[in-house]
Design a protein around this ligand. Structure first.
Ligand SMILES: Cc1cc2nc3c(=O)[nH]c(=O)nc-3n(C[C@H](O)[C@H](O)[C@H](O)COP(=O)(O)OP(=O)(O)OC[C@H]3O[C@@H](n4cnc5c(N)ncnc54)[C@H](O)[C@@H]3O)c2cc1C
Length: 343
């Protein structure tokens, strides 16, 4: 296919929806192997969740760790070097099949056709059910990790959640010696969800306190957050807090996808052998009876990779591997299509 770097071009061999590690790795591998690729990113900033991580310590090649924004900047740079096109903020709002491929509608009232499309929209924060919480968002209550450029000295900060992302946030916050950090978890220990390398320093830190078997039930304040209510063993107590960071897990960004894209009960996209037989009759009818490739959804030519795909490990390296390995299947998709067309 002829290459054209103008953003006016509406047709591409691959459209990637989502500019996180999975989408960027797919774009790098696709473009480096000659597939004309457009990346649509819904937020103004490329990099996905990884781009918000203060320090990624388990990504191969960086023994001292690397900040999420730095790592993701390098991936964007690399994809751009191979002449990937990016549009951001461009949020995909629908996908449908057409004679020329898959149409992607966006919130900018512009649509694009991809010979193939890769869903790489990742996941977003799960909401915390606490009284008054929505009213305090942005006024002391936040979802996700702390702003790396902010000075937290002198603050009392509650972090809700016991997985690695919460652990990393607390690692960052505890470096402010005059900052008191509280971790609030439902369970009775951090071991269930947090990696050992993160737990040890938190347990030893003098300015970190861990509240087990505890939930946050309400937040309150005047112009900014002042107190939160903790419930432990059915008893509520109100404590002073300057900040509440909510990091209690995630849900896939798939609500907008049509029902024809098979998903599991939590909304993760099913691909390959995980798609129930009942969802495959149309697929097989229109594709000479072939089964979907490992990363292919219940719609022929519509692939999924990274956190959004059912069964993946929610890590940067696995998202990168998942996005990259989709590309060989996309080549195979095109080669089968050519065979069918030439018959
Ligand atoms: C704070 C934090 C710290 C973490 N630290 C680590 C770590 O140290 N090590 C590790 O291995 N993993 C870590 N993770 C997990 C890791 O970041 C994710 O597993 C990884 O980013 C998943 O990549 P992805 O490309 O599948 O999805 P994402 O990174 O979620 O990227 C998806 C992108 O799609 C975009 N998008 C969503 N919907 C649409 C739409 N409709 N249209 C267009 N674009 C859309 C989103 O804006 C986002 O940019 C961390 C996660 C968080 C939140």
């Amino acid at each position: 296919m002829q290459k054209n770097n103008s953003h006016e071009k509406e047709q591409h061999e691959l459209i990637v929806i989502g500019g996180g590690p999975a989408g960027l790795a797919a774009a790098i591998n696709a473009e480096s192997e000659g597939l004309d690729t457009l990346v649509l990113e819904g937020s103004p900033r490329l990099g996905g969740q990884a781009g918000t991580s203060s320090l990624i310590e388990n990504y191969p090649g960086f023994p001292d760790g690397i900040s999420g924004p730095d790592l993701m900047f390098q991936m964007v740079d690399q994809a751009a070097r191979f002449e990937t096109e990016f549009l951001a903020p461009y949020r995909a709002t629908d996908v449908s099949t057409t004679e020329d491929g898959i149409r992607v509608e966006t919130d900018k009232h512009r649509s694009f056709i991809g010979g193939t499309v890769l869903l790489a929209m990742g996941v977003q924060n799960r909401p915390l059910d606490a009284r008054n919480l929505p009213a305090w968002l942005g006024r002391g209550v936040e979802y996700g990790s702390p702003n790396l450029n902010e000075n937290f000295e002198g603050q009392t900060i509650y972090v809700v959640g016991g997985a690695n992302s919460a652990g990393q946030a607390v690692q960052h916050l505890r470096k402010f010696t005059d900052c008191k950090v509280h971790i609030v978890i439902r369970g009775d220990s951090l071991d269930a969800k947090m990696s050992e390398y993160l737990i040890e320093p938190l347990e030893e830190a003098s300015n970190v306190e861990i509240h087990t078997n505890t939930i946050v039930t309400a937040v309150d304040g005047k112009s900014a957050l002042e107190t939160i209510t903790l419930e432990e063993d059915g008893e509520e107590k109100i404590v002073q807090a300057d900040r509440l960071l909510v990091m209690i897990g995630s849900q896939p960004n798939t609500l907008w996808l049509p029902d024809s894209v098979a998903k599991n009960d939590r909304g993760f996209v099913l691909t390959g052998g995980n798609i129930p037989e009942d969802d495959l009759s149309e697929f097989e009818r229109t594709n000479g009876g072939r089964a979907p490739f490992g990363h292919e959804s219940s719609i022929p030519g519509l692939f999924a990779a990274g956190d959004i795909r059912y069964g993946t490990i929610k890590r940067v390296a696995s998202a990168v591997g998942d996005g990259s390995s989709t590309i060989s299947e996309i080549h195979e998709f095109y080669s089968r299509l050519r065979e069918t067309t030439n018959q």
